[in-house]
Design a protein around this ligand. Structure first.
Ligand SMILES: O=P(O)(O)OC[C@H]1O[C@H](O[C@H]2O[C@H](CO)[C@@H](O)[C@H](O)[C@H]2O)[C@H](O)[C@@H](O)[C@@H]1O
Length: 249
């Protein structure tokens, strides 16, 4: 069930990207955000007084490219990077992190297995096995070996992926940080996400007294649920329309 909200004017909206703004694709580089979704985000941003941010595992540069021409406040690499509403960058990984040796190790260990994607990010490497689900345990073991000698790293399992990431701020931390700044400050947070990596954000939003929305059917700390991305987008579109009508009164 989704919450009953008829005007986003007193809320701040935080959205995950893959699986929430954009449908899951077989490969990370195949993802596109369609024009209707970009338009919807623009309408929500206006209705929310600019209090709309994307909170994603992707690099900020990739998020900007996917959402162009929108340039939103954004958190990337699951919270390692953050760009606030004034355009200022925050976070240790904003200027880059040393994961070159991890990337080389993982690439060598996977040994050119067809369909496995090794994604290099700022401060993280993601090992994707969506096209080769039978390789899950092999990928898990490689991720564990990659992180074994590096106390500065952590492993984040996600949808058909193991991410090896520099430890640092998570999605909950960045929502808390945004919530202390204009234009998010003083508004009730709404966060929607689809993956296990979104659970820390649901927990933070619950603690802030906001509305947490899980996209999909798996177990969650979120208090509300959309069965899938299409149901969430219908709810967001209704919310944008109702908010515009409220503004026009
Ligand atoms: O926090 P998110 O915005 O949801 O990003 C999480 C990860 O999403 C991407 O991987 C996932 O989506 C891919 C494209 O649909 C899919 O092929 C893959 O199986 C998923 O795990 C992205 O590639 C990662 O960098 C993000 O951390």
């Amino acid at each position: 069930m989704l919450p009953n909200v008829d005007d986003i004017g007193r809320f701040a909206l935080f959205l995950d990207l893959d699986g929430t703004v954009a449908e899951i694709a077989e490969r990370p580089e195949a993802v596109q955000v369609d024009a209707a979704t970009i338009e919807l985000l623009g309408a929500l941003r206006r209705a929310a007084g600019d209090a709309l941010a994307v909170v994603s595992g992707r690099d900020i540069a990739v998020i900007d490219a996917l959402l162009s021409p929108l340039r939103l406040p954004v958190a990337g690499v699951h919270g390692l990077q953050r760009r606030d509403a004034a355009g200022r960058m925050h976070g240790a990984a904003a200027a880059g992190g040393d994961l070159d040796s991890v990337f080389r190790f993982i690439t060598a260990e996977i040994g050119g297995e067809e369909g496995v994607v090794v994604e290099r990010k700022t401060g993280a490497v993601a090992l994707h096995y969506r096209l080769r689900p039978e390789l899950e345990e092999k990928c898990r073991a490689i991720a564990e070996r990659a992180a074994r000698e590096r106390p500065d790293l952590e492993i984040l399992p996600g949808k058909k992926v193991f991410e090896i990431r520099l430890q640092g701020a998570d999605k909950g931390d960045v929502i808390e940080a945004f919530s202390k700044e204009a234009p998010f400050r003083g508004r009730m947070p709404i966060f929607a996400g689809d993956d296990v990596t979104d659970e820390v954000a649901f927990s933070a939003v619950n603690a802030l007294g906001g509305l947490s929305i899980k996209v999909g059917r798996s177990a969650t700390l979120a208090r509300y649920r959309a069965a899938d991305l299409r149901e969430l987008h219908r709810w967001l579109a209704d919310l944008a329309r109702a908010s515009q009508a409220e503004r026009a009164r």
